[in-house]
Write a protein that binds this ligand. Sequence first.
Ligand SMILES: Nc1nc2c(ncn2[C@@H]2O[C@H](COP(=O)(O)OP(=O)(O)OP(=O)(O)O)[C@@H](O)[C@H]2O)c(=O)[nH]1
Length: 753
Amino acid sequence: MDEFMLNNEVPLDLNDLMVVLAAAYKVPIALIGIVGEFEEVFKARYGTSLSKVSREHAFCSHVVQERQQVVVNNAQEDPRFKDNPLVTGEPHICFYAGTPIEINDEVIGAVCLIDTVPREIDKKYLEVLDRIGALVSQHISLSKEHEALKREHGLIEKSPIVLATWRNTTSLKLVHISKNSERVLGISSQDLLSGAVELGDVLTQDAEGDFTFAMQAHMEGVETHTCRLQIATPTRTIWVSMISTASFREDGMLYSVQAFLFDTSDQKYVEDKLNKTNQRMRLLLEASELGTWDWNLTADVNQVNKRWCDIVGLEYEYYDTSSRFFRQLIHPADYVKVEKQLHEHIAGKSKVFNTTFRMRHTNGSWVWVESYGKTVESDILGKPTRVAGIHRDITQRMESELHERKKTQLLQFINKTRASYLQNNDLTLACQTVLPELIDISDSQFAFVGQMKNEGDASRLFIHAISEIVWDTSSFTQYNEYKKRNLYFNSFDNLFGTTIVTGEITISNASGSHPKSKGVPQGHPRISRFLGLPIKVKDRVVGMIGLANKFEPYSIEDAKFLQPLLDALAGLFYAVELEDARAVAEEKLRQLAMTDSLTGLYNRRAFINECIVFSKQHHSACVAIIDIDYFKQVNDTYGHDAGDQALITVAQKIAKQNRSPNVVARLGGEEFAVVMLGKNRKEINTQLEALRIAVEESVVNYKTDQINLTISIGATFVDSTHGADFSALLSTADRALYKAKEQGRNRVVWGDD
Ligand SMILES: Nc1nc2c(ncn2[C@@H]2O[C@H](COP(=O)(O)OP(=O)(O)OP(=O)(O)O)[C@@H](O)[C@H]2O)c(=O)[nH]1
């Protein structure tokens, strides 16, 4: 629906055409109707006083709907129209022929002929009507365009923009200039059009040159051009921006130039002022040793000043303005932080971008810079398009600050290691706890802490803590061993082993450069740099720290810096060694206290304790006492040493028959006790008999003597040893032994028979 046509007073001046049309077609009424949502408005009419009808009853709405010519020969007989008030009442339509008015592919109304009596109409007349419809459509289109242009011109005349047109005949001649020229430029349009005043007359000398250049450029084929002109009239001087567009003829010759001219004096004033301020700022910045950067995000161009380049040792002339180049200079450890802050600023989450980070200097060192930036331009959606700021070299300050901070950090984590060890008495846990901090403080990527463990002649490096890297199945096995606290490095004929073997600091700053370097297992992350630090107690290597892949080369300074940690670990390793030695000695003493020194069997005290342990795990068993017969005679006949040998021989025979869980002890003198696991008395009796026979049949060789022995055994059986009183059981066995002796010795007697 054409709202514009419907609601605006676009004069169509087509009433005359309606008169001609009515006469030509011999009808009383001819109309041009534009159909709106609710009504049809007659824009030109002949033969009726109606100016509009409702859309519901409008005949023309059928033309709009069907988008084609509609002919109704007799509306009174047509079921669609016979009850229509325009048929039953004024203007008593009987015949209707309407043809579409089409604007921009949309049917907006109709040119129609109306009669009050039924009619037939020839096809060729209808074709003519169609052509009239097309002509009317064209006329309406042009009228609309004309109207719009008029409005535009009216608008321009009220605006601060002057519209001028030059036509190219033999030369460019001003043919139109909007009336606001007097108000905006200070020159009347009439004077300019009549030639009383030439534009060139009021332009300053420079501006005249620029204006001539612009027109020349259009003559040469340039389509659009922008320039700034200074106009000086007797009353004032102003700056004008001119945007000109050229149109060309088909043969390529310039046809006309149209230009917008507007006063930009205020802008120019601000710009000049800004330029002066910028110039002053630039001088100030250069004097203050500040680097500047100015990043155009849309074009991705980062302009910097010479000082900025000096900070990182770059030649100003060879500076690459892409932000990618700038990003490449940022230290990998700081990169994420810088990107995050920049992102947050661009996303509007922070008012300024302010951070410190390291940048690579062309001499290979790292320079600390403080960067401070701010959005200085944004697009219409508020998205930053330009961020600018400064760089300050703070390397010296940062290095001393960082050193101090790291020293504090180091002491803190040394204390943490000690505290963890003291709290849990677990050195491995303590080392594992501080490993991430060790990696952090040393700027490394990987680390391990190992302690030497001496077992007999062999020495191995036990790995308390190591960076968890799993790269294949064999490293996975290694990782599992580590988790089980069972990871050892056995071979020292390699890079890290050099530290252990020599007790010296090992530094390798290029992979494979060290003579002992063996490379890494397949798939293992590359070790590009390595620092091996020995942990020593009184010149003895007790362990080491291995560090790898620092961003910068390792130096002796790193080793010196970490020395307090090495000393602390040495102290802890030493404490652990002492603790281990003490534990071994204690265990030895405990064993001694429990053992009979002659035979190596448990003594009486230990026997009772072991019986209790036995009773917790096993049920039916026998407690027996074994006594050598006539032992006094052995001593008396062969001497005390021979007696000792006899005791040892019998002890071995008993022990050989009674492996764990059975418990064997020497109760004292020539008396032994045994707890034997067994289902019943019969089964055990067989074993005791076998022991008795074994002793009887054996001979103790002592020097030239051959001594024959027998033993007597008193035994007692218990179905459940659980909670049993072993002293009482021993008494029962003892009574049985007494009986065995009484009955003639060399026999097994069961107690309580
Ligand atoms: N060689 C040696 N003899 C010991 C040791 N402990 C005890 N004896 C001796 O063992 C002998 C025990 O003798 P008695 O208790 O009389 O018993 P016996 O001679 O074996 O006679 P019956 O047991 O009745 O068959 C004593 O002569 C002790 O001196 C020892 O550690 N080494």
